[in-house]
Write a new protein. Structure first.
Ligand SMILES: Cc1cc2nc3c(=O)[nH]c(=O)nc-3n(C[C@H](O)[C@H](O)[C@H](O)COP(=O)(O)OP(=O)(O)OC[C@H]3O[C@@H](n4cnc5c(N)ncnc54)[C@H](O)[C@@H]3O)c2cc1C
Length: 457
């Protein structure tokens, strides 16, 4: 059986390797001139590559941890020693605690209400959760206005959703918020460094995993091939793509296709016959995240007793984290601009973005020298990602899109982190979606026999 996989992100590469191991003849078509999609290494200092995209993982990300072991990559702990920095309004404080200096009752109340909501969601079919119709109709902002009255909860909520989901609470449905938090392991797991979803990074960058997987696939991976159309009939399917290098159109005939793209990008492909159910709607949003890396000679903030971790109530850098190499041979401070703040930030020129980020860093860490290097990775402008960390389902989307997210369209099958009900939006979800789709194809057809037949023609 010949399978064309569209997209060489973690999901597409996982599916391709599994199918290839089962005897399928695989080709992976990737629009960019690199593999990895939302996993992308950038140079933070002359000698250090940092994560411009996905970075953190935890003990429950079992498939990801297994791949990290299989490809001989190393984990770097995110353990932070030293005081946290908070910029609440204009007031800067440093403290040993990780809890922002806001009304503790308000934050406790907010988390209790969120816990109740998250506990209601059915992971196997969020659209069938109790009260799903109502929760999918309102935004997360509407839910908050109704559920929690204390002002500090309203101050903290957008920061929390920005950090967890790169989401503006007004743009996602309450059901999507609750589902995402449940799918990722619950609020406390997702939010935690030690013992939580942010316990480790891959030393040297998560993109190395995708590069190693692509190396194993060799010339089955074709870069610079943007898929524009997928036409199928009873005999087979043809994938049409355009080459970045010379705008040449190429056709790849196949028995099956795996589309491993974020839903808004899959929706742009011309399908014949047309899709029975949409992959995205006008309310399906893009996650809004920009990462700013500041590279130093060493983690100088540690000399000041600071962990480098900070939270600010206004942008651009709503949070920062110490992403320095484990041996401390250089200092890397990563700033996150998320949610509504990211939309404003993304509209600035690169020079303005750097000026604004560096001015914010000076307010957070007044004793530090200027970084040697400042790099901005703006995912809002990435045409082959359409935002990050992941797609955001707006009001109505789960009820409309959820039931058919993984339903094959004839010979076309779906993967990508947004098709995974477990760890949706995360690297772990991407791997699980790739494994699920490969099993779907392998169990649906005797791949090895088909492959032999195709090869013997
Ligand atoms: C800033 C940021 C921070 C993140 N933080 C974390 C984190 O800490 N932990 C975590 O687990 N996850 C995190 N994520 C999410 C994680 O990166 C994704 O869940 C995961 O990488 C998605 O993999 P995928 O294969 O499903 O999709 P993608 O990586 O998006 O892969 C899709 C691929 O398809 C290609 N493509 C698009 N259109 C076409 C086309 N028409 N034809 C051919 N190819 C096409 C793209 O170029 C891309 O390579 C983060 C993401 C970002 C951007």
């Amino acid at each position: 059986m010949r399978v064309v996989v569209v997209g060489a992100g973690l999901a597409g590469l996982t599916a391709a390797l599994e199918l290839e191991a089962a005897g399928a003849d695989v080709a992976v078509l990737e629009a960019r001139d690199r593999v990895g999609g939302r996993m992308h290494g950038i140079r933070a200092t002359p000698g250090v590559v940092a994560d411009g995209g996905a970075a953190y993982l935890g003990v429950r990300h079992t498939e990801l941890l297994a791949l990290i072991r299989e490809y001989g990559l190393r984990l770097a702990s995110t353990e932070m020693l030293g005081e946290s920095t908070f910029l609440i309004g204009t007031e800067r404080t440093t403290t040993a605690s990780r809890v922002p200096p806001l009304d503790a009752i308000a934050l406790g109340d907010l988390f209790d209400r969120l816990d109740d909501l998250v506990g209601q969601v059915r992971l196997d079919a969020p659209w069938q959760s109790p009260g799903a119709e109502c929760l999918d109709r309102i935004s997360a902002a509407d839910w908050l206005a109704d559920a929690v009255k204390r002002p500090d909860a309203h101050t903290f909520f957008p920061l929390f959703l920005g950090e967890m989901m790169a989401a503006d609470p007004a743009a996602i449905s309450a059901l999507h918020m609750a589902f995402y938090l449940r799918s990722g392991g619950g609020i406390r797991y997702l939010n935690a460094f030690e013992g939580g979803a942010q316990q480790w990074r891959i030393d040297g960058g998560s993109h190395q995993l995708c590069e190693a997987m692509a190396d194993r696939l060799g010339d089955r991976v074709r870069l610079g091939r943007t898929v524009r159309a997928i036409h199928q009939n009873r005999d087979g399917v043809v994938v049409r793509c355009v080459s970045d290098a010379d705008a040449a159109l190429t056709e790849y005939p196949a028995n099956r296709v795996v589309v491993a793209l974020p839903p808004v990008l899959a929706q742009r492909i011309e399908f014949r016959p047309g899709l029975r159910a949409p992959r995205a709607t006008a309310t399906t949003g893009r996650g809004c995240a920009v990462k700013v890396h500041m590279g130093y000679q060493s983690p100088v903030w540690r000399d000041h007793g600071l962990s480098g971790w900070s939270v600010s109530t206004s942008g651009p850098l709503l949070s920062t984290v110490d992403d320095s190499p484990p041996d401390g041979s250089a200092g890397v401070l990563t700033g996150f601009v998320t949610g509504a703040a990211a939309t404003d930030f993304s509209a600035l020129s690169t020079a303005q973005q750097m000026d604004s980020a560096l001015a914010h860093a000076r307010r957070l860490f007044p004793g530090l020298p200027a970084p040697m290097r400042c790099t901005v990775t703006d995912w809002l402008g990435e045409k082959y990602s359409r935002g990050c960390y992941a797609a955001l389902f707006g009001p109505g989307d789960w009820l409309r899109l959820g039931p058919t997210l993984t339903e094959p369209h004839g010979r076309v099958h779906w993967a990508g982190t947004e098709t995974s009900l477990e760890f949706f939006g995360l690297m772990e979800g991407a791997i699980r979606s790739g494994r699920r789709v490969a099993t779907e194809l392998i169990e649906g057809a005797d791949v090895a026999t088909h492959s032999r037949k195709v090869l013997s023609r």
